[in-house]
Design a protein around this ligand. Structure first.
Ligand SMILES: Nc1ncnc2c1ncn2[C@@H]1O[C@H](COP(=O)(O)OP(=O)(O)OP(=O)(O)O)[C@@H](O)[C@H]1O
Ligand SMILES: [Mn+2]
Ligand SMILES: [Mn+2]
Length: 655
């Protein structure tokens, strides 16, 4: 007994010895958490809102374990959960696996499940939102399948949304290694008490609707059965109605479902007559390629369904085609390669994006303060700008895209707070990608007593430190000598709070406003050709020399004097941004942020006049500027964000 106790304490292993983790505490003592109110009660478990003693809000799932089988199942689930680590899977943060207290603590996702969001709140996501959610989910399932794990319970009730509406696939109660799969029957499924659904007591008919025909036929379950369930769920997101009904409200839908079909009738129709939910109407704006993907994914024959590798690829090119980037969702950058290595390339890319995202999330979990900048500037008499925004990014003539950007309107769910940022990478894309995710996370998490300007400075500095830490870890784990690799990026971020714009800049991206028809600079370029910057850097002990065509910093011959990353040149090449603040008035037309790929070939005045004679639609203006820069011979990546600051009339929009 004593020996077992010691083993537990030393190795963070469950008392049976089958579950272990180096990072997730498996014996969270009762003194370090408080269970608050129940969120959902299922047949097999109750989910509570809970708080860890460090203040972190979590969801605690307390299973009902009545038999030895139940306990086995709990341990198998915990073993799996300890192995999983993906930004789009519900994350286990702690557990208690000692009898009689069995509890799983997950990160808390506050915007409820897709099922509740659709059928209780009657949420209608835009087509672009659906595509982005589908892409994220496909990435999560691709990850599970790559580990040889099938989820087996993909459905809207198990897709949880965080406050930015990023999806997180939850509920691993049925997940298992593909190699352990035997024939699964519906009866078998039901005997596990699953899938019961938590927030409404569901019946069998309600859960059959996500099951693939091979399961209903009591045939073998493969990873392609997840593809089927994924397709039904994405179609439900597009249509907003519960499958096999035409109703949005869940309670009514279930009555209709039961009245229309018995279990046997529904099973027979799906298995033998190929019955499927009504496909979303093309008139809803859903692109034909998405509808075709859904239909192929719920094909009768599992072999005809695409794999998640294929689905991720297709959704990715759909996002690229539609330029989906304005959503607060996981979106990769514009790519210039469209060959088969696209996927490998994307995965490499996403790596740094998701590192950044993870860091931002950790920061969020550490504090519970929510910023309240808008209340600090609230004044009913103040001018109220009306915003619209859009972006365009292209790698231009370069081989690789090293710019990254984010657009987060309504930051922290505040209607008057909006953030936009562009990052221009050098010596690789890593710093730019990481920062485009981490910086907005730090910004969201700023202390509420901080002014927006202080929050911006803090976010820049924290992002720089976090990136350099992450780089050390990354290099150590891959045995790369860091001596050879010092990626960095310049950054410009605009934070709009009520009628004020705060621009923070480090490096040679630039922001301008069109004010009374003329450009008004909102940033200063930090380059070695600027005498004050050159003096500052030399004052910090780093050499600045005229090389080739211009002043350059250090052995790396960098042209910029401020950046995130570039750890070989810190602290001289500082991440400390310069802040410019201005009040928006009726004289202000639009804000333009862009990487130097634009400003190298187009002047501030020309940018203002080009937008003046372009259709007043922000993404079209962005694209027009980037196209013009490319036509004028810009050799660099080009990223442009345009934010209109006042309403644009329909007439102007059309010409
Ligand atoms: N991490 C979380 N954050 C927020 N809400 C959660 C979280 N986990 C679960 N929930 C809520 O609880 C509901 C049920 O959770 P889950 O799917 O894990 O259990 P279940 O389906 O009820 O499981 P069982 O069938 O074992 O009883 C979810 O639909 C969601 O509303
Ligand atoms: Mn569930
Ligand atoms: Mn550039």
């Amino acid at each position: 007994m004593v020996v077992v106790e010691m083993a537990e304490a030393n190795t963070n292993t469950c008392f049976r010895g089958c579950c272990s983790s180096s990072s997730i505490p498996l014996h969270l003592p009762a003194s370090s958490f408080t269970l608050l109110s129940p969120i959902a009660k299922g047949a097999e478990s109750t989910v509570y809102e809970a708080r860890l003693h460090d203040g972190t809000r979590v969801a605690a799932k307390k299973p009902v374990l009545s038999t030895a089988d139940d306990i086995d199942r709990f341990h198998r689930q915990l073993q799996l959960l300890c192995k999983l680590d993906h930004p789009r899977l519900a994350k286990l943060v702690a557990a208690n696996a000692r009898p009689p207290n069995y509890l799983l603590f997950f990160e808390h996702y506050e915007s409820r499940s897709v099922a509740e969001k659709l059928h209780v709140e009657e949420w209608s996501p835009s087509v672009d939102q659906v595509i982005a959610i589908a892409y994220d989910l496909a990435k999560a399932l691709q990850y599970l399948h790559s580990l040889g794990i099938v989820h087996r319970d993909v459905k809207p009730a198990n897709i949880l949304l965080d406050r930015n509406l990023y999806p997180h696939l939850a509920d691993f109660g049925l997940a298992t290694y593909k190699k352990d799969l035997k024939h699964v029957s519906v009866a078998n499924w039901r005997s596990t008490g699953k899938p019961t659904g938590g927030f409404h007591k569901r019946n069998m008919v309600g859960t059959l609707i996500y099951m693939a025909p091979e399961i209903l036929r009591k045939d073998i379950h493969t990873e392609k059965s997840d593809v089927y369930s994924f397709a039904v769920s994405i179609n439900e997101l597009l249509t907003g109605v519960v499958p096999y009904t035409d109703l949005r409200a869940e309670a009514q839908a279930h009555t209709v479902l039961e009245m229309s079909y018995t279990e046997q009738q529904l099973t027979a129709a799906v298995v033998s007559s190929g019955l499927r939910p009504a496909l979303a109407n093309p008139e809803s704006g859903a692109p034909p390629s998405l509808l075709s993907l859904i239909e192929r994914s719920w094909d009768q024959n599992p072999l005809n369904r695409p794999s998640f590798d294929d689905i991720v690829k297709e959704l990715y090119s759909l996002m690229k085609h539609r330029d989906i980037s304005s959503l607060p969702l996981f979106t990769p950058n514009d790519q210039c390669q469209d060959s088969n290595d696209d996927l490998k390339y994307i995965q490499e890319d996403l790596n740094w994006l998701s590192h950044g995202e993870e860091v931002a999330k950790k920061a969020l979990a550490e504090k519970s303060n929510i910023t309240s900048w808008s209340s600090s500037v609230h004044d009913s008499l103040q001018y109220k700008p009306v915003l619209s925004w859009g972006s365009f990014a292209t790698c231009g003539r370069r081989e690789k895209m090293e710019d990254a950007h984010f657009m987060l309107p309504h930051l922290c769910n505040e209607k008057d707070v909006h953030a936009f940022g562009i990052f221009d990478g050098h010596r690789g894309a890593a710093a730019a990608e990481f920062s485009s995710r981490a910086l907005p996370g730090f910004l969201r998490n700023s202390d509420y007593i901080c002014s927006p300007a202080d929050s911006l400075i803090e976010a820049f500095l924290k992002t720089d430190l976090a990136f350099r830490d992450e780089l050390v870890l990354h290099c150590n784990s891959r045995r790369i000598t860091q001596k050879d690799w010092h990626p960095g990026c310049t950054a410009v971020t605009a934070l709009i709070v009520g009628n004020k714009i705060f621009v923070a800049n480090a490096g040679d991206c630039r922001a301008i406003i069109s004010r009374s028809g003329s450009p008004f600079p909102m940033s200063k370029d930090h380059v070695a050709s600027c005498p004050e910057e050159r003096m500052r850097v030399m004052g910090e002990g780093v050499e600045v020399k005229w090389q080739v065509d211009t002043w350059r910093v250090g052995p790396a011959a960098l042209q910029v004097t401020r950046s995130i990353g570039d750890d070989d040149l810190k602290p001289a090449v500082t991440a400390n941004p310069e802040i410019i603040v201005t009040c928006i008035s009726a004289d202000d037309d639009f804000l333009v942020l862009a990487s130097d790929g634009l400003w190298d070939v187009i002047s501030n005045e020309e940018v203002v006049s080009i937008i003046k004679d372009t259709v007043k639609e922000p993404s079209m203006c962005s694209k027009r500027l980037a196209t013009e820069a490319a036509a004028r011979g810009s050799k660099d990546n080009i990223t442009v964000i345009v934010v209109f600051l006042r309403p644009v009339s329909t007439a102007e929009r059309i010409y």
